[in-house]
Write a protein that binds this ligand. Structure first.
Ligand code: AMP
Ligand code: TRP
Length: 266
């Protein structure tokens, strides 16, 4: 039996990158009756970054609500909060003894998050080990995530193999399930991925009013005219990716034809 597991941190409002890279896939997988689905609000991961303890629980509940609004159906998928199942952290400790320090040092998410935080905790460093425990605790073999999580899943595979070698065959090989838009870029700086932590103007919140979303799309960084080398700029490419991923196929086709014909500028 195939089993899907994925998690999301209660670190603020859902944005379009979360949706197109991960949550849309969580919902789509519900149509496949031959797989089990388990989805988790990973609050213990969220405490590795600067946060306010007073509102963490509220943020977890709000995120669960937003996931239901995106189409997660509790009749079809399990949805729960990580800290309510103590075995996640218990397995994470055992896995820490199967994880090499050097491997954790190579995690790009640790390097980029560590550079932006005033307090870099040991938890931020061992964060991917807890992620491996989340997945393998349920023997899940498929993990729908955005592209930024692929490296963590490689680490998960390594941990499972090392555990299996030491203690006997126990955990499956996991593989990432990516959408057609696995990396949505920031609207303000299309060289970096869309993320809540980059601040206003960078991300499209799913709960923003329509006029605000329209304003943000209009302000998105595109280009300063046709590129000399004929390459589409990252900002323009990102808007085309978003348009297509949201199902606006006709608009995508006609705007792409305009772009290629040189009549769609800036
Ligand atoms: P997070 O908010 O970091 O817990 O991310 C939740 C899920 O959204 C993960 O599967 C991420 O890989 C995915 N995700 C986050 N940002 C993006 C993005 N800009 N493009 C595509 N997927 C993303
Ligand atoms: N690390 C993931 C992120 O930043 C969140 C996460 C935690 C996760 N545990 C997981 C994703 C297990 C998939 C499976 O987005």
């Amino acid at each position: 039996m195939n089993r899907v597991f994925s998690g999301i941190q209660p670190t603020g409002t859902l944005h379009l990158g979360n949706y197109l890279g991960a949550v849309a896939n969580w919902v789509a997988l519900q149509e496949n009756t031959s797989i089990d689905r388990i989805y988790c609000v990973v609050d213990y991961h969220a405490i590795t970054a600067d946060y306010d303890p007073k509102d963490l629980m509220k943020r977890s509940v709000n995120l669960a609500r937003d996931l239901l609004a995106c189409g997660l159906d509790p009749e079809k998928s399990a949805l729960f909060v990580q800290s309510q199942i103590p075995e996640h952290t218990e397995l994470a400790w055992i896995f820490q003894a199967c994880t090499s320090y050097g491997e954790l040092q190579r995690m790009t998410q640790f390097k980029s998050k560590g550079d932006t935080q005033s307090f870099v905790s040991a938890g931020l460093f061992t964060y991917p080990v807890l992620q491996a425990a989340d997945i393998l605790l349920y023997d899940a073999n498929m993990v729908p995530v955005g592209e930024d999580q692929v490296q963590h899943l490689e680490l998960t595979r390594g941990i499972a193999r090392r555990f299996n070698t030491l203690y006997g065959e126990c955990f499956p090989d996991v593989k990432p399930l990516l959408t057609e838009a696995p990396r949505i870029m920031s609207l303000k700086n299309p060289e970096q991925k869309m993320s809540k932590s980059s601040g206003e103007g960078h991300f499209l919140a799913l709960d923003a009013p329509e006029n605000e979303t329209a304003k943000m799309i209009k302000r998105a960084v595109t280009d300063t005219g046709p590129a000399e080398d004929g390459e589409m700029s990252p900002g323009v490419a990102n808007l085309f990716t978003i348009l297509k991923a949201l199902g606006a196929t006709e608009a995508h086709t006609s705007l792409m034809a305009d772009y290629e014909g040189g009549s769609l500028r800036y």
